[in-house]
Design a protein around this ligand. Sequence first.
Ligand SMILES: Nc1ncnc2c1ncn2[C@@H]1O[C@H](COP(=O)(O)OP(=O)(O)OP(=O)(O)O)[C@@H](O)[C@H]1O
Ligand SMILES: [Mg+2]
Length: 372
Amino acid sequence: MSTVPTQESLRDALRDIADPVSGRDIVTAGLVEAIEVRGGLVQVSLLTDRSRAPQMEPVRAAVEKHVSRQPGVQNATVVLTSATPAPAAPQGHGHAHGGAAAKPKLLEDVRAIVAVASGKGGVGKSTAAVNLAVALAQIGLRVGLLDADIYGPSLPRMLGLARKPEVRGDKMIPLPAWGLKAMSIGFLVEEETPMIWRGPMVMGALEQMMGQVEWGPLDIMIVDMPPGTGDAQLTMAQRVALAGAVIVSTPQDIALLDARRGVKMFERTRVPVLGLIENMSYYCCPNCNHRAEIFGHGGAKAEAHRLGIDFLGEVPLLLDIRTASDAGTPIVAAAPDSEAARAFGAIAQSVWAKVNPAQPAKGPAFPRIVVS
Ligand SMILES: Nc1ncnc2c1ncn2[C@@H]1O[C@H](COP(=O)(O)OP(=O)(O)OP(=O)(O)O)[C@@H](O)[C@H]1O
Ligand SMILES: [Mg+2]
């Protein structure tokens, strides 16, 4: 007979774990905020103060291990959630090395954090984020790639990564792939785990992927955002200094003004919009190389202009882009000379040119050329 775990049986089991501060068990100490059970899949959220989050990481890990061992549990995920509100959004913006007063709390060793977003789902954000990140690594930059899509993470499939990150001390080590470092909730939970996270849990998981991961110093971090304008967007805007956002759109969405919604959201949170990428811009026939502009041409550029933002470039609709993504080998790595790779490469160069913080004023200045 198979045993099915229940909230009660798990709550009892959690009494075996002690709260290091009060010395009482974590249930009595009031740390267990929620236990969600779906068959053999369990998610537990532990309440903690933001300031105590680093000390709580070993407790979180111990709870996860303990719950995983309970009869009938196939997979357990434990996240820390915070009862205290996040500090106010930094008023300044721009590069991670911006004003001293508005210093961000998380990811301070990253020179520029760039969100790849859209107003709508399925337009190619993850495809663009992955390929831009790999292209940036190909030009020799230290690149991080963070999957902020907690409900539908894409990085494990697109990067071909299925293993769990190593934990050293209280930090997770991001997984290396294609010259960059990557982190996704998809590395931590099984693919079939239903994503039943609620708002605070999303924020908690996202914050852990920023604060409790050994990213090390990076030149740029690309953040693959979930669709829409929800919790993840707010968390990112509040907890890190975003250097900017890149909006991905398809030609149809531009017509439907979804791109505008994405742009507006970042304007509201005072994050500079670096520009617009038009994805699935035109169809390129793999047999005869014929270029078919199914949705017309030039609309995105004109719309970007109307919105007062830069147009970063267009990416064709190509079967190879999808098959490369599905195979876990991004097109810029699989076929660096392809039209698609060149398109992503050029966009990556302009993104870097826009966010590359000014060189520190050290060393000799460039010689002034005097024409006499
Ligand atoms: N330029 C392209 N050519 C061909 N296929 C593409 C292109 N861009 C994206 N796709 C495919 O379209 C699908 C959706 O892309 P992707 O997952 O990147 O979108 P998304 O905006 O991240 O979606 P979500 O909103 O669900 O996160 C994927 O199967 C992807 O391989
Ligand atoms: Mg996506």
